[in-house]
Design a protein around this ligand. Structure first.
Ligand SMILES: Nc1ncnc2c1ncn2[C@@H]1O[C@H](COP(=O)(O)OP(=O)(O)OP(=O)(O)O)[C@@H](O)[C@H]1O
Ligand SMILES: [Mg+2]
Length: 330
């Protein structure tokens, strides 16, 4: 995707290029990348808000360029930024959105009340949106995106600005829809622990290109396994040669009494380390296994930690195999 040049004859911005992936029906698919990586641009192309300058994307077999109406009917969208009408109530916003899909108040009324309740907005449903807190607006946004009961939703940082309770509630709801209705979810988030817990598969995008994809475990395994932190008593002998000789160990670093051991399976190495150290007469005072996190994957792949501008770091919070979304880019 090339954004139009700012000036006639200008070169334009290549926002995404070489983005190819498939999302399976019923899957929660995470699309992760640093600021400006091209996540929102990709979502905008897939949801027909932008027309790609090259490449092709289909949703449930429908080409986004050839049949944008058909695509729009199939999906729900939660934007990164708020789109609700401030001068209307939460319920009115939802009913208007439902109207865009040809759903009348009569047929959708209960569903709207239900959604408002799920999002913990029942008591505020008939108040003006301008009186809502940031978190309430976010939850309304989510309810609006789900009002026409889409089978596929695009969630662009849906939980940004929500407190842990709000986030947990939202994901509980999304999970239950996935389980009961086979909902397919395409999401971006800057909370990597959220992505780790929720996503069946993840693609990492950086500078407009997909740099890795796989299940959260596959991605974490790709950064070199676990780290064993071994502490010895002051004045104990050097454990380095012994640690290096243990199976599955790829590297050992030490600052004197503490050793960081990179290894393929931390848990099974704990007893081996303790026994070997005891035999060598070296006193161990503590062993901790650190599992790799998606933050490390991120750092490894993109060279920078995953943070929203000026925001908190990311550590705050299988189904059918037929293709749901297919996207191919150049
Ligand atoms: N309307 C536009 N005109 C020109 N360039 C744009 C436009 N929208 C986005 N871009 C550029 O395209 C690239 C991708 O932006 P995009 O909004 O898709 O990133 P993002 O991954 O969603 O980032 P964030 O995490 O900050 O939301 C960036 O370099 C951005 O500056
Ligand atoms: Mg974005």
């Amino acid at each position: 995707m090339v954004y139009p040049p700012a000036k006639p004859g200008g070169k334009g911005t290549v926002a995404v290029a070489g983005v190819t992936f498939q999302v399976r029906r019923g899957e929660i698919f995470g699309f992760l990348g640093p600021n400006g990586a091209g996540k929102t641009t990709t979502i905008s192309i897939l949801t027909t808000l932008l027309v790609a300058t090259s490449g092709r994307a289909t949703i449930e077999g429908v080409d986004v360029q050839a049949d944008p109406e058909g695509v729009r009917r199939r999906l729900g969208l939660v934007f990164q930024r708020s789109t609700a009408d401030e001068e209307l109530t939460g319920r009115e916003n939802m009913l208007i959105e439902a109207g865009f899909y040809g759903l009348s108040r009569g047929e959708i009324g209960n569903h709207v009340s239900d959604l408002l309740e799920q999002m913990d907005l029942s008591s505020a449903a008939d108040k003006f949106v301008k009186s809502y807190s940031g978190g309430m607006r976010r939850r309304l946004e989510l309810a609006v995106g789900m009002v026409h009961r889409p089978r596929l939703v695009f969630l662009d940082e849906p939980t940004l600005g929500l407190d842990p309770q709000g986030r947990a509630g939202f994901w509980r709801y999304i999970r239950s829809l996935r389980e009961t209705k086979g909902l397919t979810v395409f999401m971006t988030t800057h909370y990597l622990d959220e992505a780790d817990q929720l996503c069946d598969r993840i693609a990492v995008i950086d500078h407009g290109r997909i740099v890795a994809s796989g299940t959260p475990s596959e991605l974490k395994d790709g950064v070199g396994g676990d780290t064993l932190v071994v502490s010895t008593a002051a004045g104990a002998g050097d454990l380095t040669p012994l640690l290096r000789s243990l199976p599955g160990v790829t590297s050992v670093a030490s600052n004197g009494a503490t050793y960081r051991v990179k290894c393929s399976n931390g848990e099974s190495l704990v007893p081996k380390t303790v026994i070997a150290a005891e035999r060598a007469g070296i006193d161990i005072v503590g062993v901790t296994v650190l599992k790799p996190t998606l933050d490390e994957v991120f750092l490894h792949l993109t060279g920078h930690a995953y943070r929203e501008e000026g925001d908190a770091p990311s550590t705050s919070p299988s189904h059918a195999t037929d293709p749901g979304i297919v996207s191919r880019g150049k």
